[in-house]
Design a protein around this ligand. Structure first.
Ligand code: SF4
Length: 209
């Protein structure tokens, strides 16, 4: 009897410790999503993972927070290069940094991960949800969540807020740092030789060297 008990215990511990493969399912099982994309490095492993799971992302590039304009263009062009190499569509949205600055008024001195960042996420994801609503996408998600420098809670709050303004749009709050995606991100950055920025994006996040 004790031998049987011991065998059962061993099987139990074995099955508990087997690593499950990383699987993702989009809300509602949809096969196309609108992916708000902040930069090529952050999007790299997420885009690859979506495609591998039979989900086609349309890249939505809306980042009026980025300063200066030259930096914005470099990041956007890298996103276009990656999308084109995979045969994916990229939507080039507006760059209105003055309007973004007006929205952030009074929050200039806030630290990263503070209230300015939450407002910045809401600004970008609200526009993403609006585009989704106007163009037949029922699910949005964002590459912002791949960066370990950003607050997952803030991104989720902003995404849920944006989707709540459009009843036909759902925010997909996937944790994109899991499933080996962080490691894969480093490999793809090397493979493509992506430009890897040294600051988040706005002028307030540029630190003196
Ligand atoms: S630090 Fe980054 S997330 Fe925060 S406001 Fe600036 S650009 Fe937006």
């Amino acid at each position: 009897m004790s031998v049987i008990l011991e065998l059962l215990q061993r099987y139990f511990f074995y099955f508990c410790n087997v690593k499950k493969p990383f699987e993702i399912i989009a809300p509602g099982g949809v096969t196309k999503v609108l992916l708000h994309t902040c930069c090529a490095p952050c999007s790299s492993a997420i885009v690859e993972c979506l495609v591998k799971h039979g989900i086609t992302p349309t890249i939505y590039y809306f980042n009026p927070n980025i300063y200066p304009r030259e930096e914005y263009d470099i990041r956007k062009n890298e996103c276009s290069r990656y999308a084109q190499s995979l045969g994916l569509e990229i939507v080039d949205a507006d760059y209105d940094h003055e309007r973004w600055l007006l929205e952030m008024e009074g929050l200039e001195q806030e630290p990263e991960r503070g209230p300015r960042c939450l407002k910045c996420f809401k600004h970008r994801l609200l526009k993403t949800a609006e585009y989704a609503h106007d163009n037949g996408f029922s699910v949005i998600t964002t590459t912002l969540a791949s960066s370990r420098w950003k607050s997952l809670e803030q991104i989720e709050e902003a995404g849920l807020y944006a989707a709540s303004q459009y009843p036909d749009v759902t925010f997909w709050a996937q944790n994109w740092r899991k499933g080996g995606l962080s490691e894969r991100r480093i490999q793809i950055i090397k493979e493509y030789g992506f430009y890897n920025q040294q600051y988040c994006g706005c002028e307030f996040s540029i630190r003196p060297r």
